[in-house]
Design a protein around this ligand. Structure first.
Ligand SMILES: *[C@@H]1O[C@H](CO)[C@@H](O)[C@H](O)[C@H]1NC(C)=O
Ligand SMILES: *[C@@H]1O[C@H](CO)[C@@H](O)[C@H](O)[C@H]1NC(C)=O
Ligand SMILES: *[C@@H]1O[C@H](CO)[C@@H](O)[C@H](O)[C@H]1NC(C)=O
Ligand SMILES: *[C@@H]1O[C@H](CO)[C@@H](O)[C@H](O)[C@H]1NC(C)=O
Ligand SMILES: *[C@@H]1O[C@H](CO)[C@@H](O)[C@H](O)[C@H]1NC(C)=O
Ligand SMILES: *[C@@H]1O[C@H](CO)[C@@H](O)[C@H](O)[C@H]1NC(C)=O
Ligand SMILES: *[C@@H]1O[C@H](CO)[C@@H](O)[C@H](O)[C@H]1NC(C)=O
Ligand SMILES: *[C@@H]1O[C@H](CO)[C@@H](O)[C@H](O)[C@H]1NC(C)=O
Ligand SMILES: *[C@@H]1O[C@H](CO)[C@@H](O)[C@H](O)[C@H]1NC(C)=O
Length: 251
């Protein structure tokens, strides 16, 4: 009986498209309703109307939405503080890249999505500071905020100890980087290219903890004995330092 009711709800919400219903059969009705509210917060006239929720996955035991991947350039509008998105607490993967959120700041509501393992917001037009609530996202393994207009000091990632990929390139972050960054236990790709980051780069003597393999530091304002410091990172395979004002004392 429960199944029939859910199926009917699905059909009434997406009556125009049978392919959507097939894709979302394992989703709970309240989850689909939240998703529909989310979609209606935006202008989606540029979307391929038959598959804008192609990238939705639900847990087939509990029916909660665990994955949401929007198509590039589909949604257009402001992501509001009270967006229905922030009610999707069970999301583990969220990719909104290449959708235009029209120069709004990042809502603190992202901090509610604390089961996220992947969060990609590259090329989304967000401005301003990364809210402190991001420090709640302790399960994140991939965080991509690149190619936006983000400002302020380094985002609050110190507690995101599961991070393996951190991309902040092509923004306007300023100030120093946290001292613990280069020795985060799983961090293997660190992309800080083209920001206003400055100061020296410190690697603790316990640098054998570092797993860094790819590091992009170029087009920032780092200074000091960078090469000496970085030579302690024995796992590095690739390093970009272009346009940094550094010197190296040959001995
Ligand atoms: C829209 O998406 C459907 C399903 O993925 C696809 O078959 C169709 O060709 C797409 N239409 C356009 C105009 O891209
Ligand atoms: C959920 O569905 C996927 C694909 O349909 C399947 O591979 C997986 O085993 C299912 N999981 C459970 C717990 O039923
Ligand atoms: C997010 O989606 C874009 C395409 O819209 C894709 O290029 C990118 O690899 C995705 N990121 C992740 C972390 O899956
Ligand atoms: C969000 O707030 C706006 C006013 O700022 C209101 O019009 C809208 O109904 C609210 N949406 C939800 C889902 O609560
Ligand atoms: C995003 O939308 C704003 C407002 O409509 C527009 O000015 C801007 O050019 C758009 N950006 C992109 C990358 O499409
Ligand atoms: C952090 O997550 C908890 C749930 O574990 C939630 O109650 C809280 O509001 C979140 N904090 C922020 C700042 O988003
Ligand atoms: C990081 O976690 C510690 C211990 O759980 C907590 O005291 C601290 O406030 C957190 N820092 C941030 C920036 O959230
Ligand atoms: C790190 O090691 C160097 C010598 O190898 C020593 O001079 C320095 O004081 C050490 N730093 C810390 C923080 O232990
Ligand atoms: C580069 O650093 C050197 C030594 O700190 C300093 O004298 C010089 O002015 C700097 N050049 C630029 C372009 O910042």
């Amino acid at each position: 009986m429960k199944t029939i009711i859910s199926a009917l709800l699905l059909l009434s919400i997406f009556a125009s498209s049978s392919t959507l219903v097939v894709g979302l059969v394992s989703c709970r009705p309240d989850q689909i309703q939240a998703l529909t509210h989310f979609k209606n917060e935006f202008d989606s006239s540029d979307c391929n109307q038959t598959d804008y929720f192609n990238g939705v996955q639900c847990d087939n035991l509990t029916g909660v939405i665990t994955k949401l991947q929007l198509r590039s350039g589909c949604f257009h509008g402001t992501l509001k503080l009270n967006s229905s998105l922030f009610g999707l607490h069970h999301l583990r993967y969220l990719n909104l890249s290449y959708n235009n959120f029209t120069s709004a700041s990042l809502p603190s509501g992202f901090g509610n999505l604390n089961k996220l393992e992947v969060l990609s917001l590259s090329y989304t037009g967000f401005t301003g500071q990364v809210p402190s609530s991001f420090s709640n996202l302790s399960q994140l393994s991939i965080l991509d905020l690149s190619h936006n207009e983000l400002t302020g000091s380094f985002p609050p990632v110190q507690n995101l100890t599961k991070l393996s990929i951190l991309k902040l390139s092509y923004n306007h972050f300023s100030g120093a980087i946290p001292s613990s960054l280069l020795t985060m236990p799983f961090l293997s790709i660190l992309d800080l290219y083209q920001n206003n980051l400055a100061g020296s780069i410190e690697v603790p003597n316990s640098s054998t903890l570092s797993r860094l393999e790819f590091m992009y530091l170029g087009l920032n304002h780092f200074e000091g004995q960078i090469l000496e410091t970085i030579s302690k990172l024995t796992t590095l395979k690739y390093l970009s330092l272009s346009f940094l004002n550094i010197s190296y004392q040959l001995t």
